[in-house]
Write a protein that binds this ligand. Structure first.
Ligand SMILES: Cc1ncc(COP(=O)(O)O)c(C=O)c1O
Length: 383
């Protein structure tokens, strides 16, 4: 079986974990956490990065920093993972779901502009498949209405937009190091903070609402409860594993980009029969994902069954949030959702991981077995 994803071990993960144990600190914010924070700021160019135990945690921190409360609205795509929305719902805010652009599958700026109301507090922009959203236009909308612009960069570490790194394109950005991502620590994440006035509060929120970080730096002589917060920081063993991954990130990005390019060129002649990813203008992806857009739900179901029979796992996502039970409870759709509803029924993802190697040819061959056959069937029917 060719799995959809397989976490890779890149080099010194075990050595670093042994060293972390030898150093004697297993709780967070020790030597390895600080080194990871430093590597993330170095890569993204963001002034501050804080490791979290997930992207979900980083998004929750962003919602607290945005001051979301009951009645406040946050505009986001419906075509995203539940964590983007949960962060807002947990604060009692309202998720305002809008449609995505049909080509890039990222937030449609026109739909965002049309959804702004006096209650809007923030925009949560997802960089789908690792390709950054149209951040200049979203930033202009955010500036015009005084909104916080948050990047859900769960999939986007290492991607760029107009030469700038994902994670440094909004006020705040949330990354994921879940094992399905490019750079992994099992569960893991980070928040980058691009506004100097939010850094100290972010540290406090992450440390259970206490000023413990200031205490550890010797800036106060005791620490106490100063704000709301939770336990959002990972332990040192996770950070030790992650550091080895971050140090080898470029190898991962290069290999995955090569796999994406191979898929793209193999399926290009079938464009029309299947839809292919469209790289947004002025962006460079990180090779996070490759997907095909089938004709309809029936076509996708048959394709997935065919691939499974050929030993290849090809999952789909997302179930649109605006029509999910919790989505209806905690949010509302604004504007048409035609693209979201259409894409979520047709999109299927192909395997990508570091050691896929010649497996990529096997995946392509298996897919061609289906697409070529159904292509002939369609032509015959047409004649
Ligand atoms: C767009 C998006 N946001 C948030 C998350 C949540 O990430 P984590 O599992 O690190 O909490 C994911 C994970 O798949 C995601 O794809």
């Amino acid at each position: 079986m060719i799995p959809f994803n397989r976490p890779s071990f890149l080099s010194d993960e075990l050595d670093y974990i042994r060293d972390a144990i030898a150093r004697g600190q297993l709780s967070g914010d020790g030597y390895y956490t600080k080194r990871c924070n430093a590597l993330i700021t170095e890569r993204t160019g963001s002034p501050a990065a804080l490791l979290t135990h997930s992207c979900t945690a980083a998004l929750e921190m962003a919602a607290i920093l945005a001051g979301i409360g009951p009645g406040d609205e946050v505009i986001m795509p419906s075509f995203t993972f539940v964590s983007t929305a949960n962060a807002v719902a947990l604060r009692g805010g309202t998720c305002v779901f809008v449609d995505i652009a049909a080509d890039t599958l990222n937030l449609c700026p026109d739909a965002v502009a049309a959804a702004v109301t006096p209650r809007t507090k923030a925009i949560f922009a997802v960089h789908y498949a690792g390709y950054p959203a149209d951040m200049d236009r979203l930033a202009a909308i955010a500036r015009e209405h005084g909104l916080l612009l948050v990047e859900d960069a769960a999939q986007a570490l290492g991607s760029t937009y107009k030469g700038r790194q994902a994670g440094n394109l909004g006020d705040l950005a949330a990354f994921s190091f879940h094992e399905t991502k490019n750079i992994v620590s099992g569960e893991g994440g980070a928040l980058t903070i691009n506004r100097a006035d939010l850094v100290e509060r972010a540290e406090i929120i992450r440390e259970k609402g206490t000023d413990r970080s200031r205490f550890l730096r010797g800036q106060v002589d005791k620490y106490t409860w100063v704000d709301v917060g939770s336990s959002y920081l990972p332990g040192e063993l996770i950070a030790a594993f992650l550091l080895a991954q971050l140090e080898n990130a470029d190898r991962v990005f290069d290999t995955r980009r090569a796999i994406v390019a191979r898929y793209q060129s193999a399926f290009a002649p079938l464009e029309g029969r299947v839809g292919l990813p469209v790289q947004p203008a002025d962006t460079v992806g990180n090779g996070h994902m490759f997907y095909l857009l089938m004709r309809d739900l029936e076509d996708r179901t048959a394709f997935i069954a065919h691939m499974k029979a050929q030993g290849v796992v090809t999952p789909f996502h997302y179930v649109p949030l605006h029509s999910a039970p919790a989505g209806r409870l905690h949010g509302r759709a604004v504007g048409p959702m035609a693209v979201t509803d259409d894409i979520s029924a047709r999109l299927v993802r192909l395997p990508i991981y570091l050691e896929l190697g010649n497996g990529v040819d096997q995946v392509i061959e298996a897919a061609m077995g289906y697409l070529g056959r159904s292509e002939r069937r369609v032509r015959t029917a047409f004649i």
